[in-house]
Ligand binder design. Sequence first.
Ligand SMILES: Nc1ncnc2c1ncn2[C@@H]1O[C@H](COP(=O)(O)OP(=O)(O)O)[C@@H](O)[C@H]1O
Ligand SMILES: [Mg+2]
Length: 424
Amino acid sequence: MAMGFFLANPVGIFVLLLATLAAGAVIGALWDAVLLAPARRRRAQARVTEAEQSEQRHMAEKDDLMARIGRLRSAMSSEDKEIWLRYESTQAPVLAPRIAQSIPIITMANLKGGVGKTTLCANLAAYFDVKWHKRVLLIDLDYQGSLSALTLNASGNLIAEETLTHHLIKGDKEPQWLPYAAQSLAPVLNHSAILPSFYDFATVESQVMLSWLLGDTHMDARFAMARYLLHPSVQSSYDLILMDCPPRLTTGVINALTCSTHVLIPTKLDRMSSQAVTTFVRQLREMRPLLFPELEILGIIGTMVDNSVSLTPNERGIWADMSADLPPQWRGPVHLYEGAEIPQKSAVAAASGSAFAYLQDKATRELIERLGDAIVDQLDYSLEQRAKAQAARAASADVPKAEPPRKGPLQLFPHGAGARHGQS
Ligand SMILES: Nc1ncnc2c1ncn2[C@@H]1O[C@H](COP(=O)(O)OP(=O)(O)O)[C@@H](O)[C@H]1O
Ligand SMILES: [Mg+2]
């Protein structure tokens, strides 16, 4: 009835329309207030939370980045040695027993350039190969590639200028790769091979060091080489490993030291050079506990002396100073190859870059043999001491030994230290 009244009357229709609209608006407002608004509020809240979390994440990433850059900056502003001591490591004690059982791994190093390291490495390799028929692995750790160029040239092999050494610090090959990849030095050195380096090695060294300092990698950049040189496939392929170093504590040099049994230090016998040796020996001792507790100094070699027959009073004075200064720096005995110095000789300089002076020149050969024989004596002595210490440790621990201590000296040089007197 009422509805009829409204529908029959235009004013009624208008009022009805208004009422319907008003009801719709009220229902809409109620719908929005009860159902949509809370959901909107929740979504807005979620967006705020997400933005806050993202902001926090960015702040944390920024803090982390700043901390890593700070570490990098402080590492780069300190002396080289400090960089390598920056982080603790548990690796050295793990490697120690394997180094104690290793073939001789000798790092030829000095923080001074131009003292005859590279020349000695090449000629000692020739001495061990030709005189003792030892399988020598040379490793060039100097991006200038002098040892690579010298030995490949002198043995008539192709110089491809392809660095192989970088794999040892990148760790991107299996250890079995090494004996196949090393470049043979036959037919001149029939038992020996080299892992060469050229300029690209320096780039890889920087990359490996930076990514370690930045914490981008879990690999400890100081111990990568040990995985290769201490591996059975490498240990059984060579009798001796000899590494040539640049005059800085580069990534390659630190890796060499952390897996070496010995370090040999050539030096000129002048005041500046001997001070550099004292500094180097002190740095080695400071790094030793953390990085290479097994490392021994095989000795200091006098190079480029004035005369092969007798030393000048100055040169004798330098030996005397070193014999007083070095043992306290190293906190142990340091052997000096007195009486086996390598003189400044034109034949050595002339052969440089293209030939092994050891094979080219009779007088040089005799000088290298005198030094090589003294090194063999010292190596024999050192390996014998090591075997005794190992046996004593095993006896006092009263545990069955997995392996007998390596008879380094007699195994390496079966005729013993004195054998040189009967050898040609
Ligand atoms: N006993 C020597 N007599 C003469 N020249 C030498 C002798 N030993 C090295 N040299 C020359 O001195 C320079 C530096 O020698 P090198 O072996 O490259 O030193 P390092 O590797 O320490 O920088 C080279 O040109 C080399 O030919
Ligand atoms: Mg050199």
